[in-house]
Design a protein around this ligand. Structure first.
Ligand code: ADP
Ligand code: MG
Length: 389
């Protein structure tokens, strides 16, 4: 089952990559009269297996939107016996439950015909977090803090509505005009009854929680629920800071094995300059047992978001000491701007990758040449991100 499902996901990724099977042609006017009466479709923004997302303009107002055009003509059923039309209506009902949250994509309108369903969303002009990360290689702790705070707020809201998303990843986190995030793609989202657990295998391999894999593979497993989204948040946060995912291997079953064993590391040199607070939060998110994993509300209270470790603010003396360290450090940092650290020619020759500024340049050049990331060894190969998309 795992092999066939993974095979399907792989095929899906290939189809997306090579743009095969996606509907690049627009549906005829006869099947979508209402939609064309109100909107003018423009260029393609993204593709799924049976959907294409296009920018479109509302004729009456000139406002821009993104229309997800889903071909529901095939009678295919998923593993739960649900047709694509039914699955799309489930996605729509979840999206309507989420309406009004600043960090969740807003669904404006829906059009249905005998062969297509059109979902009209607010437009995210800055595209996927995935592409943004590809451009910048890795994010600073400050930028990661902004994005993860918004992501946890969105996830907290989704969970408060008794819904599990099940496909959180940088491709499904979009960026608006101000680079604020919008969680999108509720195609795998599922409302949960009180104490309900799920056993269905769905999501994207690199982001799957160990209890979800156990639920699909092991007899007598206890199933999974909302906590799988927190695991995925841990994978996203790790990837933002390091520029490569925590679990990856060119053989997919090896990657799934490392997830099930919880085997990941804060590798050198990428993690050397990253402080303890984000690492601690990642450990709390990538916790094997879902009952011991932090939830979104707890994650928001983590010291990574409060800026300063709580223990240091407990006494005035410690506060003073901390303040003087900060002042001294900021003077040193300011001086550093004018006196950059000297680089040794031997080190540049023998291992340029060890030097942070050169590392970024090497990564950037590699991407431009190969169209994917090439790094030392298999474990840091950023092509992994593309393989799982
Ligand atoms: P799928 O279920 O096929 O993955 P998504 O809803 O994730 O479909 O949309 C596919 C892609 O289309 C996204 O990854 C993104 O690149 C683009 N996209 C989707 N919605 C929007 C939007 N509102 N604004 C801009 N781009 C979007
Ligand atoms: Mg998607």
């Amino acid at each position: 089952m795992l092999a066939s499902w993974l095979g399907l996901r792989f095929l899906e990724a290939q189809l997306k990559k090579y743009n095969v099977g996606a509907m690049d042609e627009l549906p005829g006017k006869d099947v979508a009269f209402d939609f064309y009466a109100r909107f003018e479709p423009k260029e393609i923004l993204g593709r799924g297996v049976s959907s294409t997302v296009r920018r479109c303009i509302e004729k009456a107002t000139g406002n821009e939107y993104a229309a997800k055009i889903i071909d529901v003509s095939a009678d295919m059923e998923d593993s739960t016996g649900c047709t694509l039309r039914q699955a799309t209506w489930r996605e729509i009902s979840v999206l309507r439950m989420m309406s009004g949250h600043p960090y969740i994509i807003e669904l404006y309108d829906v059009f249905e015909s005998s062969t297509y369903i059109f979902l009209v969303f607010e437009l995210c002009k800055n595209g996927e977090l995935f592409d943004y990360l590809t451009k910048v290689v890795a994010l600073s702790e400050k930028r990661t803090r902004q994005i993860m705070r918004q992501l946890f707020e969105a996830v907290d809201y989704v969970h408060s509505k008794e819904v599990v998303h099940r496909d959180l990843k940088p491709e499904n986190i979009l960026l608006d005009d101000n680079f604020n995030i919008k969680v999108s793609d509720f195609g795998f989202a599922k409302p949960l009854a009180p104490n309900e657990v799920l056993f269905e295998l769905c999501g994207t391999p690199g982001y799957l929680a160990p209890e979800l894999l156990r639920a699909a593979l092991c007899e007598g497993s206890r199933g999974y629920a909302r906590a799988v989204d927190m695991w995925a948040c841990g994978v996203v946060m790790y990837t933002l800071l390091a520029g490569f995912p925590p679990f990856w291997h060119r053989r997919q079953y090896q990657m799934l094995r490392s997830i099930m064993e919880g085997k990941y590391a804060f590798r050198s040199p990428e993690w050397d300059s990253i402080t303890e607070a984000p690492k601690d939060l990642i450990r709390k998110l990538l916790t094997m047992e879902p009952e011991n994993r932090v939830n979104a509300a707890q994650a928001l209270k983590h010291e990574f978001f409060s800026g300063m470790p709580r223990t240091l603010t407990s006494s005035a003396r410690r506060r003073f000491k901390m303040l003087s360290i900060v002042v001294r450090a900021s003077i040193r940092v300011r001086k550093l701007r004018f006196t950059p650290e000297s680089l040794h020619l031997d080190l540049i020759r023998s291992n340029p990758y060890l030097i942070k500024s050169l590392r970024k340049a090497i990564d950037g050049c590699a991407f431009r040449v190969y169209q994917h990331w090439v790094k030392r060894g298999d474990l840091q190969n950023r092509a992994a991100l593309f393989a799982n998309s």
